[in-house]
Design a protein around this ligand. Structure first.
Ligand code: FAD
Length: 409
């Protein structure tokens, strides 16, 4: 096998190709930017093609009739008129939040992931999600007890490594256990393609996704922070709610007792993320937005709920989740929370109005290429920060003023 995905720029790094390979011929390896891509061991590969058929991106392009076959028989992706965007018919939207104050406080939005997980664990099931490892790398793993739930809770704005998670989920499903699997939309598409069939015991849950940042840049940031505070890190939250849900803060606690608590809007790593400086390339043309979600439910922050002209229950700035239901399994999963979560239905078009990342990707900014070129030249995080992320610098402010004067702000 020479090539798994028809256009490597569209690879999401979900790892389905690597996990499906019966010969262990496909491994996931980081490129210069720090994102995982499949690498084929030609000695082991017997050219069976299962990796190519399992790639969720290949499947997505085939389904939208966006694959062109050249005269020599090789295939490539085409975008534009040939792409067919399926309608959003049949999906339902709910504003939801956990009735447990502690759960809501500790979660990114309304704590619905925690309630879904708790229900699954009470039924003897297993829950998959993204957790920090001992070095604060982000990896998918599963838990079997409520005591471990906090490891999976809250958004980590770094691309998570799926590792062997799809295989492990399949093993549990084959053993008749309930599985809740939560991940980015491309990871859920990868899981479904890997499984290749429906399982009644699986609840697949994806997230509204702004895009996934580079694990390598994340490591550089962590080293910079440890250096600055002259200490190891003991905990990290990207979504501290001490200033309210609408003004989330990065909260890093260091082993020496110091704390870094900064609003995401002014936080250096978050500013780079929001400018898409180190987002994965495939996120700029995501194929798994709401129209093509493979999940049973999609979780998001219910941004804009206060503008919808009705008194939203629980809108006290402690977090409201937007839950979008795609299937009967999703409907049943939400109904099973009736004793622990407040739920109000909204018209789908209203619910998604203020959350554009549910339905569309952002364009790739020109600065991304410059950022990674500088990184390859050996710029350390501090230098990258000063050049690209510091919105308090005189250069940045001048740029904003000029942009405003030119009417481009
Ligand atoms: C990279 C990323 C981008 C996001 N972008 C948006 C956005 O633009 N708009 C929006 O409304 N919401 C976005 N979200 C989702 C939002 O932040 C909340 O996670 C969601 O509303 C669920 O909140 P909760 O309170 O129910 O659960 P939480 O307790 O916050 O649970 C979050 C769930 O997400 C999983 N998770 C955390 N980090 C990752 C990761 N890196 N990769 C895969 N899974 C992960 C956890 O395992 C857990 O299952 C994003 C999340 C991530 C991870």
């Amino acid at each position: 096998m020479k090539q798994i995905i028809y256009d490597i720029r569209q690879c999401t790094g979900c790892g389905a190709c690597s996990q499906i390979c019966p010969k262990g011929a496909v491994t996931m390896e980081a490129d210069e930017e720090g994102f995982l891509f499949p690498k084929i061991d030609q000695q082991r590969c017997n050219d069976c093609g299962i990796c190519r058929r399992t790639c969720p991106v290949n499947i997505a392009f085939e389904n939208t009739r966006s694959i062109a076959v050249d005269e020599d028989g090789s295939a490539k992706f085409v975008t534009g008129e040939a792409s067919v965007v399926p309608p959003l018919d049949g999906k339902r939207a709910f504003a939801c939040y956990s009735e447990d104050d502690d759960t809501r406080e500790k979660s990114s939005s309304g704590g619905i992931f925690t309630e879904l997980a708790r229900r699954t664990l009470e039924d003897g099931g297993v829950v998959f999600g993204a957790a920090f490892d001992g070095e604060f790398n982000v990896k998918h793993r599963y838990i079997e007890s409520i005591g471990d739930l906090d490891d999976l809770r809250r958004s980590k704005y770094v691309q998570s490594e799926t590792g062997e998670a799809f295989r492990e989920a399949e093993k549990h499903l084959k053993n008749g256990r309930k599985v809740l699997f939560c991940g980015t939309p491309c990871q859920i598409a990868g899981l479904k393609a890997f499984l290749g069939k429906e399982y009644a015991d699986l609840t697949a849950c994806d997230l509204a996704c702004f895009g996934v940042p580079s694990p390598k840049v994340w490591r550089m940031y962590l080293d910079y922070m440890k250096d600055r505070h002259d200490s190891a890190i003991s905990s990290i939250s990207f979504r501290d709610k001490s200033g309210g849900w609408r003004v989330p803060r990065m909260n890093i606690v260091f082993s020496n007792g110091s704390r870094y608590l900064v609003k995401l809007n002014n936080e250096i790593y978050a500013m780079g993320y929001f400018k898409n400086l180190f987002t994965r390339k495939s996120c700029f043309d995501c194929r798994f937005k709401l129209h093509n979600s493979h999940a049973d439910l999609t979780l998001a922050d219910f941004w804009g709920v206060e503008k919808l002209g009705r008194q939203a229950v629980g809108d006290d700035d402690r977090g409201i989740s937007l839950v979008i239901i795609h299937s009967e399994a999703g409907e049943n999963a939400l109904a099973a929370l009736s004793d622990r979560a407040e739920t109000v239905e909204y018209a789908l078009e209203d619910a998604i109005r203020y959350n554009p990342r549910l339905t569309s990707s952002l364009p790739e900014p020109a600065a991304r290429a410059r950022f990674f070129a500088d990184m390859k030249k050996g710029f350390d995080f501090d230098r990258l920060r000063r050049k690209y992320m510091d919105n308090t610098s005189i250069k940045y402010r001048l740029k904003c003023i000029i942009k405003k004067m030119l009417g481009r702000a």
